[in-house]
Design a protein around this ligand. Structure first.
Ligand SMILES: NC(=O)c1ccc[n+]([C@@H]2O[C@H](COP(=O)([O-])OP(=O)(O)OC[C@H]3O[C@@H](n4cnc5c(N)ncnc54)[C@H](OP(=O)(O)O)[C@@H]3O)[C@@H](O)[C@H]2O)c1
Length: 261
């Protein structure tokens, strides 16, 4: 006799055994990895500098360079299942497209899109049961920005791909889940190298990781999209504000075109 199908909309969270963090060596990804380890999960940390994360800390560290096809094709993907897979790795670029060197353009595209998509294809195909994909996109996937067209375009592609993976993943393994997070500015100086930024008005990556982890652990629906934006209220600058659902992309011109007198 076949078992009655579990309703994926009300299914309880799975007992996950592992968490793989693509870009878990630094910043927000490392904060997420710390919480996965604290929850007792086998925690696989991927990144170019994985060798510098002490294994004595309890992480399973694996070198991965998302801009290098060989690395993407050969990095170890074995892990206990069911697993959380956090897609976090990234870098920022603030430059008009016409000033962007070809190597910068292909490098960022490999890092933010082609590399992780190829790596996820391998990693997701190897899952023998439900998986919970957690994508860290950005509010830049829908906000109006200046001199960030390539970064914003790649973040929007990451978010769109993630949404459209939901039916595929749930068809492959009932009970799979996807969480799409769009954070606003984080106090991660390494990410904004060379830019003058008031980090007092940015969100603390540890606090944001705690919010994400809490949402992920309690998710019962197949998909949720979450905005975690920093407050602009005087006296509360940098405080994370959580809201749910996708946002309509902002028009490129924020202000109405000034009328001539
Ligand atoms: N910081 C913000 O204000 C902000 C806001 C919204 C969204 N985000 C998004 O949040 C994510 C994490 O950013 P973060 O602020 O935590 O930055 P971060 O501290 O610079 O961390 C970036 C992570 O990506 C990994 N990475 C970079 N290049 C890589 C490569 N070629 N191959 C494999 N891994 C690579 C890094 O590891 P290795 O150096 O070891 O390779 C590191 O673990 C990014 O996707 C970013 O777009 C950030």
């Amino acid at each position: 006799m076949t078992q009655p199908e579990q309703n994926p909309h009300t299914a309880p969270p799975h007992t996950h055994r592992a968490a793989a963090v693509i870009g878990g060596t630094h910043g927000l990804g490392h904060q997420l990895a710390l919480r996965a380890r604290a929850a007792g999960l086998t925690t696989v940390v991927y990144g170019r500098s994985a060798d510098t994360v002490p294994t004595a800390t309890g992480f399973d560290t694996r070198r991965l360079d998302l801009t290098d096809l060989d690395s993407v094709r050969t990095a170890d993907i074995a892990m206990p299942t069911p697993a959380y897979v956090f897609w976090v790795a990234g870098a920022f670029l603030k430059k008009p497209l016409t000033d962007t060197e070809e190597a910068e353009l292909t490098g960022l595209t490999h890092l933010l899109f082609t590399g992780p998509v190829l790596f996820l294809r391998r990693l997701l195909a190897a899952q023998e049961g439900p998986v919970h994909l957690v994508t860290i996109a950005s509010s830049s996937s829908w906000k109006r920005r200046e001199r960030e067209s390539l970064y914003c375009g790649l973040k929007a592609a990451q978010a769109t791909l993630t949404r459209n993976l939901v039916p595929e993943l749930t068809a492959a393994h009932g009970g799979s889940r996807v969480t799409l997070i769009n954070p606003g500015g984080l106090a991660v100086p390494d990410f904004h190298t060379g830019l003058e930024i008031d980090y007092g008005h940015m969100m603390d990556p540890g606090e944001v990781a705690g919010i994400i982890w809490d949402l992920v652990r309690r998710q019962t629906a197949p998909f949720q999209e979450v905005q975690i934006l920093r407050s602009g209220v005087p006296g509360r600058e940098g405080v994370p504000e959580v809201s749910f659902g996708a946002r309509v992309p902002q028009p490129p011109q924020a202000e109405p075109i000034a009328r001539l007198p």
